[in-house]
Design a protein around this ligand. Structure first.
Ligand code: PSV
Ligand code: MN
Length: 412
């Protein structure tokens, strides 16, 4: 690194330390939290899936197997120091590439071993309910054989999560309908709840289940769990090892997602977030450090679901992105950077002033207090953290210089 850059960082850091210190924000504490920040990366970003347009264009160097996906995740962790866990999708991912119904949880021992060799761990585990055979529903299907098939699949995922993962399964269902009248919605929700109950009761009892909701897709008229109310209702019907998964791309436009997150925090329910950015629908784009993301982080900090010493008190955090045209590893590195920027901004809010303005109903002043943090360039803090951790300052630049992209494009 040129000496000048280090000087600039140190100068800017000192200025921030002084300015923020006057507001009661201690940068040493902020740095500690940022050093400990982690997020799971999804196996599915590194594979061939994504986009679904341009004649099935596969980005050069895309991983062909779950082992190669972990290899890619390993370089992301080496560069960022923040992504030790990889979220997997059983069915999409199978170390033995068995037919869907024959996936064995034991096969994942080999994958677990590969992960450990790479200094990684298997993180949350998703069963895959949107592959072959669920065009008329999975756990909510009218056909009992279909339901049983996917209950069994959920149990395999639960066993993998218990034996090799972090004990979380995350569930998303493609179940829904295209036209009014197509599906008896009462029956579908009952079937879904009963099927989930079977998984909940038969799964190893340390396994936690997060239920994801989505407004649309593939159902255009209705999806079986379309919103927070539906996900919470289902989770409550199961028990306290069940909770909800908030995917940022799964809401109607204009929804106040940070308030959704706040309601879940205040309920005390288990929860997690799937991070991504979207413009049109569920785009699954890389995370950007925008205002919404800052607000979500601010509520997570205020609600005490991030940065706790006891990891059980923290919400699960996972990237869920898979857009197909950009360099996938660039996209993941960009996401991790965006999350860190947003987290840093959330940690430097002048909370005392905010509380004072709220008490006096000084609406605009309260709003500007939040904006002050959002508009602060926090990169000197992040760079300082990276210097102290011995990590590169610019993740994408470090990746481009590593030679990894050339290597995978040649080998795969
Ligand atoms: C569905 O759109 C989703 O958000 C679920 O989390 C899946 O697991 C993931 O995307 C991958 O398709
Ligand atoms: Mn998701």
């Amino acid at each position: 690194m040129p000496e000048k850059k280090e000087e600039w960082i140190s100068k800017q850091y000192d200025i921030l330390e002084k300015e923020l210190g006057e507001k009661g924000v201690e940068l040493e504490k902020v740095k500690k939290k940022l050093k400990e920040f982690t997020v799971e990366v999804p196996s599915w970003i590194f594979g061939e899936f994504g986009g679904g347009r341009f004649g099935g264009h596969v980005p050069p160097g895309a991983a062909r197997t779950i082992f190669e996906k972990l290899d890619d995740a390993a370089i992301v962790h080496q560069i960022t120091g923040a992504t030790p866990n990889v979220s997997i999708h059983v069915g999409w991912d199978d170390p033995d590439e068995n037919p869907f119904d024959e996936i064995q949880s034991g096969s994942f021992r080999r994958l677990n071993f590969h992960a450990h060799k790479l200094n990684l761990k298997i993180g949350s585990v998703s069963p895959t309910y949107f592959l072959e055979g669920t065009h008329f529903g999975s756990l909510s299907a009218l056909d009992p054989t279909t339901r049983q098939r996917f209950i069994d699949h959920g149990l395999v995922a639960a066993e993998i999560a218990e034996n090799f993962g972090t004990g979380f399964i995350t569930l998303w269902f493609p179940d829904g309908s295209l036209y009014p009248g197509q599906v008896n919605m009462h029956v579908a929700i009952r079937n879904l709840k009963n099927s989930l109950k079977e998984i909940y009761e038969q799964a190893p009892n340390a396994v936690k289940m997060l239920i994801e909701y989505k407004l649309f897709e593939p159902g255009t008229y209705h999806t079986v769990i379309s919103d927070l109310a539906g996900a919470m209702d289902v989770a409550r019907s199961l028990g306290d090892r069940a909770g909800v998964l908030i995917d940022l791309g799964h809401h109607p436009f204009g929804v106040n997602v940070e308030y959704i997150a706040t309601r879940v925090m205040e309920s005390g329910m288990l929860a997690g977030v799937h991070f991504n950015s979207r413009y049109a629908a569920d785009d699954d784009h890389a995370v950007e450090p925008n205002m919404q993301l800052f607000r979500i982080f601010h509520e997570m900090v205020a609600g005490g679901v991030i940065g706790n010493e006891n990891p059980d008190e923290n919400w699960l955090r996972v990237l869920d992105q898979c857009s197909g045209l950009e360099n996938r590893i660039h996209a993941v590195l960009h996401s991790v950077d965006s999350l860190m920027i947003s987290h840093a901004k959330a940690l430097i809010v002048d909370e005392d002033s905010l509380a004072r303005h709220q008490k006096k109903n000084e609406i605009i002043l309260a709003n500007r207090t939040l904006l002050d943090a959002f508009l602060t360039d926090v990169r000197p803090i992040l760079y300082q953290v990276r210097l102290e951790k011995g990590l590169p300052l610019d993740f994408i630049d470090a990746y481009d210089k590593s030679g990894y992209q050339e290597k995978i494009e040649k080998e795969r």
